[in-house]
Design a protein around this ligand. Structure first.
Ligand code: NAP
Length: 244
């Protein structure tokens, strides 16, 4: 049996680790190729786009794939819809692995918005010094703003950024102590984040809560209808392996 994991997340790597080297199972992980030095999962890896839903359907057929798990990031909206179309075309089962979104706790001062553009619009009046953790893509939405920005991303932004921007290249997991120190050192007034979910980047939310800072939270794009969803790599592995 050949399983294709559409990856680029911690959960996709964990799933590849759970399925790798199982008797009778071949696992291929696919990465988009966005990150210069990605953390590679165990097992076979291919890197680069497929050429849309039709290209993905062709790859599935050409490599005798029996099942697909879309374990891409909750904000990678296009590949998930491509996966749904391709799996239907190629007549293979598809599972989405999606870590649950974050939920506000007592003391949180969150403003929920539907897009990066809306996040930029929500920043007025929330403070002068912004910690922007939405990734290096899509920063153009903030480019015209007058505030000072600390942009944290894995690789350097390559599009337009706000005029007053400091870039911090770093990759999670992050610690609460580290995030506290960062907020204090840069005298941050407001945090902007996607609702990525998961533990690796959650400490910034706790640090903002402790400091009483407002947080602008960008909501997730829609997921394709009728695709079953697993919340953890273990659940997704059970979907492949059956009850053990
Ligand atoms: P996207 O907008 O959904 O996808 C854009 C295109 O990138 C897709 O149409 C596809 O190209 C290619 N692609 C995406 N994921 C792929 C994969 N796993 N394997 C092969 N090709 C893939 O995605 P994105 O937001 O640019 O994110 C790209 C990758 O980074 C994803 O795999 C995601 O898991 C990871 N990531 C994204 C974020 C985020 O915030 N968006 C954060 C962390 C990690 P073709 O149409 O040519 O097949």
């Amino acid at each position: 049996m050949h399983v294709l994991i559409l990856g680029g997340t911690t959960e996709a790597r964990a799933l590849a680790g759970l399925l790798h080297a199982r008797p009778g199972l071949r696992v291929t992980s696919s990465l988009a190729g966005r990150v210069a030095r990605p953390r590679l999962p165990e097992g076979e890896v291919r890197i680069g786009g497929f050429g849309g839903a039709d290209g993905l359907a062709g790859w599935i057929g050409g490599h005798a794939v029996d099942a697909v798990i879309d374990a891409t990031h909750p904000f990678a909206g296009r590949i998930s819809f491509n996966a749904a179309r391709a799996a239907a075309t190629a007549h293979v089962p598809l599972l989405a692995l999606r870590r649950p979104g974050w939920v506000p706790a007592a003391g949180d001062r969150w403003t929920s918005v539907p897009s990066l553009e809306a996040a930029a619009g929500a920043l007025g009046g929330l403070g002068e010094r912004v910690f922007l953790t939405t990734g290096r893509m899509g920063l153009a939405a903030f480019a015209g703003l007058p505030q000072w920005f600390l942009v944290r991303s894995v690789d350097a932004p390559d599009g337009p950024v706000p005029a007053r921007t400091e870039v911090l290249l770093d990759r999670g997991p992050f610690t609460l102590d580290g995030e506290r120190e960062l907020l204090a050192r840069h005298r941050i007034d407001v945090l902007v984040t996607k609702d990525s979910g998961g533990a690796a980047t959650a400490p910034k939310l706790a640090a903002a809560r402790e400091a009483g800072l407002p947080v602008v939270v960008v909501g997730r794009p829609p997921v394709p209808a009728d695709v079953p969803v697993a919340a953890t790599p273990e659940e997704a592995a059970a979907w492949v392996l059956g009850p053990v």
